[in-house]
Design a binder for this molecule. Structure first.
Ligand SMILES: NC(=O)C1=CN([C@@H]2O[C@H](COP(=O)(O)OP(=O)(O)OC[C@H]3O[C@@H](n4cnc5c(N)ncnc54)[C@H](O)[C@@H]3O)[C@@H](O)[C@H]2O)C=CC1
Ligand SMILES: CC(C)CC(=O)C(=O)O
Ligand SMILES: [Mg+2]
Length: 359
């Protein structure tokens, strides 16, 4: 019998609870298949926590996360809370939890399933062989910099500051080199070093570290060019490492190579094995409560949890294989369906994945 793993479950808002529900079914199925034991502890987070506790990130939720081996997160936010006061903004909770748990590295794989090439807006021949990872710095940069309003000569001004220190850059860049070493040994470092001082520090740091990894082929790509090249030659990228905001934007763009943002999983990691696992997408208020959200991003996030935090490689493979099998059989949620009239719902997709899971 394997030891009990504690998982903090934070379903959040909008489609968060819907997709997390399917991921929990997958967790239960792996208990049955492998004899694993998971202890799930649920916490309030985001808009629902604002409503019930007056804060997006209650201390008790943070404690549940800190006491767990891993966190499974749905998504937070929605129009009801997005324009609220500074303290109550959902992103305060999201950024706060990442910082509080020391999760400086966000791994976002974008894998194109052959059978989903028709769901992408790009031509199949351009997508051929696309399998990349965005390694996004997660606890620094402009999202975390000082922000304020002031009265300027031409009226009210808003200021966001972007700060990176060399230690923050070094640790994420080293991690990206390590990941590239386990894959096809190509690393693209994305910055805006022709304009931004933080990007100049970023590029200097990458160049200083690069000789420690002589077998990795390194390219520097300016972020605007990268946004374009992702659509022009996506398969030429393997590992992309970049700062917080660029990684946020480029990974949503990379999602469309796979057909939908509902396909993109993520792992947020710090120094140890602890990790927070969540889909890349948000709470999708436009489709929340309709039972049509794609749960695959969240289900694949569980596979990442198994591999990166628990070392359950085979169980992670079982989940990924089951997802592929279900897609190969032609089952589609609305976001990835070419013929929308044949689309299935969130729970039907989850049930099919669970049924396809086998050792
Ligand atoms: N990690 C998180 O919790 C994140 C939260 N947000 C928050 O989510 C809220 C909505 O943000 P948006 O900009 O609309 O981004 P979003 O990612 O929630 O939605 C963008 C579009 O993608 C669709 N979509 C997203 N996930 C899907 C899924 N699993 N299946 C099918 N379609 C899906 C939505 O219906 C929508 O049309 C905001 O409050 C935002 O702050 C946004 C990004 C990340
Ligand atoms: C609050 C935002 C930074 C959330 C987001 O868009 C993300 O992490 O992908
Ligand atoms: Mg985002």
């Amino acid at each position: 019998m394997s030891e009990v793993k504690k998982i903090a479950v934070i379903a959040g808002d909008g489609i968060g609870p819907e997709v997390v529900g399917e991921a929990i079914k997958v967790l239960k199925k792996t208990e049955e298949l492998f004899g694993y034991k998971f202890e799930l502890e649920h916490g309030l987070f985001g808009g629902i926590a604002i409503d019930e506790k007056g804060t997006p990130l209650p201390q008790e939720t943070l404690d549940i996360c800190k006491n767990a081996d891993a966190v499974l997160l749905g998504a937070v936010g929605g129009p009801k809370w997005d324009n609220n006061s500074k303290e109550l903004r959902p992103e305060t909770g999201l950024l706060g939890i990442r910082k509080a748990l020391g999760l400086f590295s966000n791994i976002r794989p974008a894998v194109v399933f052959d059978c989903l090439k028709d769901a992408s807006t790009l031509k199949p021949e351009v997508l051929e062989g696309t399998d990349l990872i965005v390694v996004r710095e997660l606890t620094g940069g402009i999202y975390f910099g000082e922000k304020f309003r002031r009265e300027g000569a031409q009226g009210e001004e808003a200021v966001d500051t972007c700060v990176y220190n060399v230690t923050e850059v070094e640790r994420i860049v080293r991690q990206a080199f390590e990941i590239a070493g386990t894959r096809s040994k190509r690393l693209a470092s994305v910055d805006k070093a022709n304009v931004l001082e933080t990007s100049r520090l970023w590029r200097e740091t990458v160049n200083r570290i690069a000789p420690e990894y002589p077998d990795i082929e390194l390219e520097h790509v300016l972020v605007d060019n990268c946004a374009m090249q992702l659509l022009r030659r996506p398969s030429s990228f393997d590992v992309i490492v970049t700062e917080n905001m660029f990684g946020d934007i480029l990974s949503d763009e990379a999602a469309m190579l796979t057909g939908s943002i509902g396909m993109l999983s993520s792992a947020s990691l710090g120094e140890g094995s602890f990790g927070l696992y969540e889909p890349v997408h948000g709470s999708a208020p436009d489709i929340a409560g309709q039972g049509i959200a794609n749960p695959i991003a969240t289900v694949l996030s569980v596979a990442l949890m198994f591999k990166l935090t628990f070392g359950y490689q085979e169980a992670g493979d079982v989940i990924e294989r089951a997802v592929k099998q279900v897609l190969d059989a032609g089952h589609r949620t609305g976001d990835i369906a070419v013929d929308k009239s044949k689309a299935i719902g969130t729970t039907a997709m989850g049930d099919l994945i669970v049924a396809a899971m086998a050792r």
